[in-house]
Design a protein around this ligand. Structure first.
Ligand SMILES: [Zn+2]
Length: 416
């Protein structure tokens, strides 16, 4: 982070004592609310009077509100979802989504536009993001101060602490582009930048297949292949932000050259581009009757068409899909042995290759992992839609600004 630019401290810099208690209570309400004060007493083990004090402070800071239980007289506590707003930005190869979200990470309004990440300059895309964010605040009649933060995800490695992309292979001109500080200058609120796979994992944690799972892996299988690691409910980014970059683990024969310069990378043998090339070959040679017919009809030979062929029972399509699932599963098995997650969620375009693909991934993981690691392991497909990047980016901001430390600071009485 540039000095003096972004004022919120990272979530892991939790201070002891008062701020941690306020933050913990707020997190319980955020994760599990609406709930009764008695539920918080039970979960925290704190005295009823102590919980009351912190609940009052959180309410006075505008972070939570009371809600009457339907048909009942008792009041429950929940996040004051309209006490502030966050902007979630999802930048992809061809799409830009900007969404205005409430404090529960639900999208209230959004603007989607096409982009060409390979050919547009960072400045041009930044100005489009700013214009969309301004349009959203204007048409929802929000004062500039109502924006509590901006989260931004992009398809490449990110130096999280400094809010800059680092040598993203599919984003020419973006290396070290000062994205967070530029957005902070425009909107003055805290800005957090992360890679898209990490924020998708956050969306899975709060809104998707991993609801309430604290140790899981999100695998993004598309043109590139990456993993988001959630450890104790938090994204694990590693020393430099490169954790989860599994696309270049050696997974295939040496004669397959990867765009990174190495050979046999997972992405080069089982990523979207590799599958499209294998499908095109099968169409051209006639090894797949289904794909050859598609080619003759002028259809684009894509992974989607390959998945449809597999679903129709075309043998060559099935072989390609099952082999790709096995290759990915073999790599995931190594991660399972190392990390012992309770859940693996598979997302990205290739997750739509169908049930045989998922089954092949599952079989490889179970065959190649230790019995203890796979005893209760669940492998499933994402249930989230195309706004995952926006929702995950909003959650990224919420995690940071509502961290223990920062909630503690907001709720600390003036005398403390
Ligand atoms: Zn590679």
């Amino acid at each position: 982070m540039n000095k003096g630019e972004v004022v919120i401290e990272p979530a892991d810099a939790s201070a002891p004592g008062l701020s941690t208690t306020a933050g913990s209570i707020f997190k319980i309400i955020r994760d599990l609310g609406p709930l009764f004060p008695a539920d918080i007493v039970r979960r925290t083990g704190l005295a009823k009077s102590t919980v009351s004090v912190y609940v009052e402070r959180l309410a006075a800071a505008g972070l939570i509100r009371e809600e009457l239980r339907p048909g009942g007289k008792r009041r429950m506590l929940k996040v004051a979802e309209s006490a502030g707003y966050v902007m979630g930005v999802g930048l992809g190869q061809t799409h830009l989504n900007v969404g205005l979200c409430d404090l529960e990470g639900d999208v209230l309004d959004s603007i989607a536009t096409d982009v060409d990440l390979l050919h547009e300059t960072p400045e041009s895309i930044l100005s489009r993001v700013v214009a969309a964010a301004r349009a959203l605040t204007a048409r929802n009649a929000l004062a500039p101060a109502a924006l509590s933060g901006i989260g931004f995800c992009l398809p490449g490695p990110v130096d999280y602490a400094h809010g800059v992309p680092v040598s993203p292979p599919v984003m020419p001109g973006w290396d070290r582009f000062p994205l967070a500080s530029a957005l902070h200058r425009e909107f003055t609120c805290p800005v957090f930048i992360d890679n898209d796979v990490n924020v998708m994992a956050l969306a899975e944690r709060d809104k998707g297949a991993a609801a309430q799972d604290q140790d899981f892996l999100f695998i993004h299988a598309g043109t590139g292949i990456g993993a988001g690691l959630v450890v104790n409910g938090q994204i694990y980014r590693g020393a430099k932000g490169a954790a989860g970059d599994i696309g270049h683990i050696a997974a295939g024969p040496d004669q397959v050259l990867c765009h990174c310069g190495n050979r046999g990378c997972l992405e080069a043998v089982a990523g979207g581009r590799a599958l499209a090339a294998q499908a095109a070959e099968a169409a051209r040679t006639g090894a797949s009757r289904y794909l050859a017919e598609g080619l003759a009809q002028g259809l684009a030979i894509t992974p989607e068409l390959l998945g449809r062929g597999a679903a129709m029972g075309d043998e060559e399509c099935l072989r390609i899909v099952i082999t790709a699932g096995k290759t990915l599963g073999d790599t995931i098995a190594k991660l399972v042995n190392f990390f012992n997650p309770s859940l693996i969620v598979v997302g990205g375009g290739l997750a739509n290759l169908g049930e045989r693909y998922l089954a092949s991934i599952r079989e490889s993981i179970y065959r190649r992992s230790t019995p203890l690691a796979t005893a209760d392991l669940i492998v499933k497909r994402t249930a989230l839609g195309p706004t995952t990047g926006v929702v995950g980016s909003a959650i990224l901001v919420l995690d940071e600004i509502f961290s223990h430390t920062n909630v503690g600071r907001l709720t600390r009485p003036p005398s403390a």
